[in-house]
Write a protein that binds this ligand. Structure first.
Ligand code: SF4
Length: 328
């Protein structure tokens, strides 16, 4: 379905437009599409062309987003569409992010009813990049809010500040992919590191529950000094931001071998120097998937795969009273 896009301007020449939603600021000729595939210039105006159209609908554990500190053990309705404004050679969802596929139209009220029927805490915009679906996420988000339900985005964080500030009015929680910590890495994936850093900062400062995921790829972003700078950057925002270090496996165009367990543990230990909550993902994490009180070491949440058991049922430590970064 077509929806007139937000954040575009008409250019003088031949009906071309500029999209100002993300740092690419694509200049799009009549009949053309932006780098994200899904925002198109039709007769001199920019449209979001997958409004209300989904490629995937699932009920997932919230831990799968991953969000470990936001209503643990709850279920969340999860949807996505086509397109992405990055070009990662290691994309795990490349079948829907790099091309247009079959999409099913679904009304917002049907999604609200579906969420209620399955006792979902709300909806997660995930699978592909949700910020390029801006108009739909905003409308859907308002409806979910009106029904007392939560909105979650799982995003690469490549969105300009002005639309971000509009979007977060309806967002309750976010997991942002911080894919590397050098301009060189972000050049490779066609993104902008400073924008992602700004997004994480803005979310946290606006009291949006924020967690961060870092996919550790051998020979690409496994420089420990760069990673240390990343951890320090997160710590400067808040020592409480949960960091998920995810294990890479070869996929799509990326042929590096899987990340070794030794490397995962090395990065886990490094992150723990700076941050209160660090987790390993895509790996049999053992104790590295549990949550502990940063002060007294009390076990708060036990996790094994997607099995989750909340032991400490308050947002403070029941043993030492430390205030914890959890929404329960
Ligand atoms: S959202 Fe899409 S069309 Fe708009 S600037 Fe970004 S990549 Fe280009």
């Amino acid at each position: 379905m077509l929806k007139l896009a937000s954040y575009f301007e008409s250019l003088a020449e031949d009906g071309a437009v500029r999209c100002n939603l993300c740092p690419h600021r694509c200049k799009i000729k009549k009949g053309g599409a932006g780098l994200c595939l899904i925002r198109k210039n039709i007769d001199g105006r920019l449209y979001q062309t997958s409004y209300g159209e989904v490629t995937s609908v699932n009920i997932d554990p919230i831990e799968k987003k991953p969000l470990y500190h936001f209503y643990p053990t709850s279920k969340i309705l999860s949807i996505g569409t086509n397109g992405c404004n990055l070009k990662c050679e290691f994309c795990q969802n490349y079948t829907i992010s790099t091309q247009e596929t079959f999409r099913e139209e679904v009304s917002i009220s049907d999604l609200v009813n579906l969420a209620k029927k399955h006792n979902s805490i709300g909806i997660a915009y995930t699978y592909n990049e949700p910020t390029i679906w801006f108009e739909y996420v905003l409308d859907c988000g308002k409806a979910f809010r009106d029904n007392g339900l939560k909105n979650v985005v799982v995003s690469n964080g490549n969105i300009n500040k002005e639309p971000l500030l509009e979007l977060i009015k309806v967002i309750d929680a976010a997991n942002i992919d911080l894919k590397g910590f050098t301009d060189e890495f972000y050049k490779w994936v066609k993104g902008d590191l400073e924008t992602v850093k700004n997004t994480i900062k803005t979310l946290f400062e606006n009291n949006i529950h924020t967690e961060v995921t870092f996919l550790l790829i051998p020979n690409r972003n496994d420089n420990i000094d760069d990673f240390r700078r990343m951890c320090k950057f997160l710590k400067d925002i808040s020592v409480d931001i949960p960091l998920h270090i995810s294990r890479y496996f070869p996929t799509y165009k990326c042929t590096e071998l899987p990340t070794s367990i030794e490397k995962m543990i090395e990065f886990y230990k490094e992150a723990k120097i700076y941050l209160n909550y660090v987790y390993l993902g895509n790996v049999n994490a053992g104790d590295n998937g549990n949550s502990y009180c940063p002060d007294c070491g009390n076990l708060l949440i036990k996790r094994d795969g997607y099995y989750t058991e909340v032991i400490n049922k308050r947002d403070f430590c029941e043993k030492c009273s430390k205030k914890l970064y959890f929404q329960l």
